[in-house]
Structures are given as structure tokens and as C-alpha cells.
Design a protein around this ligand. Structure first.
Ligand code: ARG
Length: 479
């Protein structure tokens, strides 16, 4: 109804923001303050959900058609209109758009395409079930892409490991040389965590794939839409069980963020190790030119920025997880606007790994090793356990043999000779069987092969691991 009062007309027709940019203007005389709009608008973040918003809207149009809310012509008109909206968005229509969020944007563009019929699209639907549906659809794609990226990295680790079966180096614990191992074995120790990450992603994916659409704002939809058909049409695994739960549920975001944070942690550990190995002190690995950076001051530098940044980016991933959980912990069931913050966190985490994984993978693929430096780091003290084990084989209880070899180590350090070159008479002086044990020490290869338990660094175990991981990381459809 038009008012005669010119002021009222002014207020009704000229709110600070055009009503077409909102979905909820009716009950307010004025539009939101600019400061609120700036805080509230999510389009700068959620515009990237437009393909999902259009897909879910098309499924919704079908569902409304089947319950008679839309005539066959209206259904066709809206479907066609949504396709044109998608074309415009693909051409960049979201850039600079004034709308509150992606849902408002899609609906406004649909009005532009089909006119008044667009007003029927939102029947029985709420942005609460809509955004949850869109974000789950987006997350499913993101999980699949990440899984593929992780598999690619896994394959590179396996390929590199294959070249490193015969390469021996010290294995470290506490940053101390501990026992000799194969380079392949070290790389595989960083590949196994990725298999667990992928299992976690697959497990989380099952719960992501539950359909919220048809839940309305919190209590279900006012129209008897077929949610099972919606689920099938949108490729979900199951229909959610409680509308109040699913509209406020962001467990799936938290779960995926956890997996991403753990992936980041794994990459960070690999990076920390490679940064150390690339140092002049270790000199075990050398980054290719394409994946090294230089210093602006020191011409000789070949910096491992790629692994330093990979290590640092894991901090962000942890931050995103903590921010999501902290946002959720204070909320009652159902949708609260706090939940709008989920997307910035998830997008940042997914984008971060989207940058990190290809770079880390490329750097690893082109990484060269220096076998000589690795071999040179194998000092005889790493044979101490072998000596203790030889004494055990000669009948000395391990606790005693540990002490005897410890005395030999002390003697070697005192006289400044390698452990395996302490004169036999000196070793025999500590224990007669120790002199014999020193003479029985074989090669470094013998030492590594001496630990032949499944999962150890022996050749057979490493070959077995290589086979298993090759299968685990095989591209879908082939080994
Ligand atoms: N932009 C909102 C979000 O991302 C969409 C849902 C808005 N729902 C609402 N009741 N205001 O969460």
C-alpha cells in the first residue's frame, strides 16, 4: 500500500541499500547501517559457493515442481534461468556485486533473468539449510582434490624411496645419530602418515555427504519435498536426521579442518627434516634450482624456502581448526550467525594446502641426495647396539652387554679412535667376548639387515613397504 506521507514513501522506497540486495527487508522501515552491512556481508567470502548454490537451487526447483508449488512452465523457466545465472557468474558477475551473500546474489540474478517467477524459488527453503547444503557440496569436492594431491605426493615419496633402497645414512632420534637405516626407509616414514590422512579424509567424507536441504530454517520444510530424491540428485550419501541439528552442524568443517591441520603437521615434520638435511652441516640433500631460492645479500645461498614455508603454513591450518572449534563451543543447537565464519576458515585451510602440496611435491620430486655425505655421517659409534647384540648372542645378558659396550664407547672417546678400531686387546680387557664381537662386526649393510623384523629398515621390509604404498597411492583405476 502506498502512503500519502512523502517521508514514509521516501523511507519505504529508498532504504540505504536496495531491497533487492537482501532477503529480509520487509519487517524493517530502514535498511542496515553501513557498518552492520560491512560486518554482516559474506559475499566477499562465500561468492565461491555459487556453483553449489545454483546446483542445489536447480534440485530444489525440481523438488518444488514435484509437490505442485511450481507449474511445469515455471519449473522450466526457473531451471533455464538458473543456467543463465550460472553463465553470468562464470563470466564474473559476482565481482563487485552489492549483495549480502551468495544466496541473495543468485536470487537477484534469477529475478533479472526470469522476473517474478524467481520469487517462488525460496519456497520452503531457508538460507540455513541452503548454506549448509552448499558448503557440504563444496567440501566434498575439496576433499576429493586434497585426496588426489596427497596421493600424488605419496607417489613421489615412493618413487624417491625406490631410488634410495641401497643408500644408507644414520637414523636419528633426539637429533643424535642412532642406528644406520636406508634413505628409502626415512622417506617411507613420511609417506605412511599420508595414508592415514587419506583414511581420515575418506571417513570424514562420509559424514560430509549428509544432505541438509529440506530442513528449512530449523524445523523442517513447510512443503512435503522428497528429500531422498534431492539427496540422489545432489550426490549425497544420506539425508540428515534432525533439521535443528543439521542447520547448526559444522562438525564436518571441524573434522575436515582437523585432517588438514594434521596433514600440515605431517608436511611440517617432513620439511623440518629436509631443511636440516639441506644445510651445509648435513649436506644430505640438495634442492633443484627450480625449487630453491637465493639470498639478496649472500650469493652462495641456496635456501629451502619451499620447506620452510610448508612448515610455517601448518600454523595457519592449526589456527583455522582452533578458531572453528572455538566458534562452535558456545553455540546452542540450530543456526546462529556465528556459523557464517566457518567458510573463511575452511577456504583458507583448503587454499593453503592447495598451495603447499604442489610446491612440496615438486621440490621432493626434484630433490637430489648426496650419498657420499650420507655415508660419511655413518660413524662407528652407530655400531654400539650391534656390539651389544653380538654379546647377547654370545650369552651375555643384554643389560650387562649394554654396560660393557658403554665402557668400550668411553674408551674409544678417551683415546680418540672409532668404536670399531679400539685395539682388540683393550676390548678384550673390558670383556673377553667383546674383543671377539668387535672382530665380528660386518658391513653397514649387515648392520641394517640385522634388524629384519617386519616394519624395520631391512631390505625385505622396505621392499614390502614400497609395494604396499605403491598400491595405496595408485591413481584411481590403476596400480
Ligand atoms: N551467509 C549466511 C552464512 O554463511 C547464510 C545463512 C544466513 N542465515 C540467516 N539466518 N541469516 O551463514
Amino acid at each position: 500500500m502506498m502512503s500519502d506521507d512523502p517521508k514514509a514513501t521516501e523511507a519505504a522506497t529508498s532504504p540505504p541499500l536496495p531491497p533487492s540486495h537482501q532477503m529480509w527487508g520487509g519487517r524493517f522501515a530502514l535498511g542496515p547501517a553501513e557498518a552492520l552491512d560491512a560486518l554482516n556481508r559474506s559475499l566477499p567470502v562465500d561468492h565461491r559457493l555459487w556453483p553449489q548454490d545454483v546446483a542445489a537451487s536447480k534440485a530444489w526447483v525440481h523438488a518444488l515442481g514435484r509437490v505442485g508449488v511450481l507449474s511445469a512452465e515455471e519449473e522450466a523457466q526457473l531451471l533455464d534461468g538458473l543456467d543463465r545465472v550460472a553463465e553470468r557468474l562464470a563470466d564474473g558477475a559476482a565481482a563487485g556485486a552489492p549483495d549480502e551473500d551468495v544466496h541473495t546474489l543468485v536470487e537477484r540474478l534469477l529475478y533479472e533473468e526470469v522476473g517474478a517467477a524467481a520469487g517462488k524459488l525460496h519456497t520452503g527453503r531457508s538460507r540455513n539449510d541452503q548454506v549448509a547444503t552448499d558448503l557440504r557440496l563444496w567440501t566434498l569436492d575439496a576433499v576429493d582434490q586434497l585426496d588426489a594431491d596427497l596421493a600424488t605426493l605419496g607417489r613421489v615419496l615412493v618413487e624417491k624411496a625406490r631410488e634410495g633402497v641401497d643408500v644408507l645414512l644414520p637414523g636419528y632420534t633426539h637429533g643424535q645419530r642412532a642406528q644406520p637405516v636406508r634413505w628409502a626407509y626415512v622417506l617411507l616414514a613420511h609417506a605412511w602418515p599420508l595414508t592415514r590422512d587419506r583414511q581420515r579424509l575418506a571417513d570424514a567424507r562420509r559424514r560430509v555427504a549428509e544432505l541438509p536441504l529440506g530442513s528449512g530454517a530449523l524445523a523442517g520444510s513447510g512443503f512435503p519435498v522428497d528429500r531422498v530424491l534431492l539427496k540422489e540428485a545432489l550426490g549425497f550419501r544420506a539425508v540428515s536426521s534432525n533439521a535443528l541439528d543439521v542447520t547448526g552442524d559444522r562438525d564436518f568443517v571441524a573434522e575436515v579442518l582437523f585432517v588438514l591441520a594434521l596433514v600440515g603437521t605431517h608436511l611440517s615434520r617432513l620439511s623440518a627434516e629436509l631443511v636440516a638435511y639441506a644445510s651445509g652441516e648435513f649436506g644430505f640433500v640438495r634442492l633443484s634450482d627450480a625449487f630453491s631460492t637465493g639470498s639478496s645479500l649472500m650469493p652462495q645461498k641456496r635456501n629451502p624456502d619451499v620447506f620452510e614455508l610448508t612448515r610455517a603454513k601448518s600454523a595457519r591450518l592449526l589456527g583455522d581448526l582452533v578458531a572453528m572449534l572455538t566458534t562452535l563451543k558456545g553455540l546452542p543447537a540450530g543456526y546462529q550467525k556465528d556459523l557464517q565464519e566457518d567458510k573463511a576458515l575452511l577456504f583458507e585451510a583448503v587454499d593453503t594446502l592447495g598451495l603447499v602440496l604442489p610446491a612440496a611435491t615438486g621440490a621432493l620430486a626434484s630433490l637430489e641426495i648426496d650419498r657420499g655425505r650420507m655415508a660419511a655421517a655413518l660413524d662407528a659409534s652407530l655400531r654400539a647396539t650391534d656390539l651389544a647384540d653380538l654379546l647377547v648372542e654370545a650369552g651375555v645378558p643384554f643389560r650387562e652387554s649394554h654396560g660393557l659396550v658403554g665402557r668400550l664407547v668411553r674408551e674409544a672417546e678417551r683415546s680418540g679412535v672409532p668404536l670399531d678400531q679400539v685395539p682388540p686387546a683393550v676390548a678384550a680387557g673390558i670383556h673377553p667376548k667383546l674383543g671377539i664381537a668387535v672382530s665380528q662386526l660386518g658391513t653397514w649393510e649387515d648392520s641394517v639387515e640385522g634388524r629384519a623384523t617386519p616394519g624395520g629398515s631391512s631390505r625385505a621390509s622396505v621392499e614390502e613397504q614400497l609395494e604396499e604404498l605403491k598400491r595405496a597411492f595408485a591413481p584411481a583405476g590403476g596400480v
